[in-house]
Design a protein around this ligand. Structure first.
Ligand code: BGC
Length: 225
């Protein structure tokens, strides 16, 4: 066999192998879908009528490498979504048996919830100007980061309830037109200071690695109905 022919055969085999690898990626697990229904709540930390029929998702998967306590004890949340022409609204019903927020700590080390949003659903491996992380602690303190983060786009009200707290968030959507059928990328996280004055646990909705603050490629989907 000539040297040219064997080089050609090696090249073709390599191409076939990499083509197979691309095909295999179709077998990756489908992204979970959460549904937001149309409605505008009063942002007061109380559950008004408009939330009653919004579907619920569970944020209860231990984030890998973070949980230092018994997973049974970890703070978790039930979350619902609404949308209107300007905002997406997120209602968090957090189960957390011990509430604490040490002000001088990193904001993610105190009892808080995080909403990660990829408005154009491009699922990029880095944050673009439509991607942001929005955080609210149980006392209503706001923080966040990411290329698309603007604190003036985040409003929230909180209240303490039996066994935990409620967070009602409004996040202004500025990079896409809000209409039925739109799909955005999202992830959800609950941070838990379980008495150590630092973060003892974090629960997530979909992707259990602690990288949602810098990589949107593993977000699930929020569909506007
Ligand atoms: C992560 C932290 C990260 C922070 C950045 C949190 O969601 O859990 O590990 O440093 O975001 O804002």
């Amino acid at each position: 066999m000539s040297r040219f022919l064997s080089a050609f055969l090696v090249l073709t085999t390599c191409c076939e192998l990499s083509a197979q690898r691309v095909d295999n990626s179709d077998l990756e697990p489908a992204k979970p879908v959460a549904v937001a229904i149309k409605g505008t709540p009063k942002l007061d930390g109380k559950i008004d009528e408009v939330w009653k029929t919004a579907p619920v998702v569970e944020v209860n998967q231990a984030a890998s490498g973070i949980v230092q306590i018994d997973e049974e004890e970890m703070a978790t949340a039930k979350v619902q979504f609404l949308w209107d022409d300007a905002n997406v609204y997120v209602l968090w019903h957090v189960k957390d048996s011990l509430l604490s927020a040490v002000e001088e700590n990193d904001p993610w080390a105190t009892d808080s919830v995080e909403f990660f949003l990829d408005q154009n659903n491009k699922a990029s491996m880095f944050y673009q100007d439509d991607d942001a992380q929005y955080r609210v602690n149980f006392k209503g303190g706001l923080s966040g980061q990411g290329e698309g983060f603007d604190e003036s786009h985040l409003k929230a009200a909180t209240s303490e309830v039996d066994g935990g707290y409620l967070v009602e968030m409004a996040v202004k959507v500025t990079k896409i037109k809000m209409e039925a059928g739109v799909k955005m990328g999202i992830e959800l996280q609950v941070n838990d200071d379980h008495g150590s004055d630092s973060r003892d646990a974090a629960a997530k909705w979909n992707h259990t690695e602690d990288d949602s603050w810098e990589d949107t490629s593993n977000f699930g989907t929020l569909e506007l109905k």
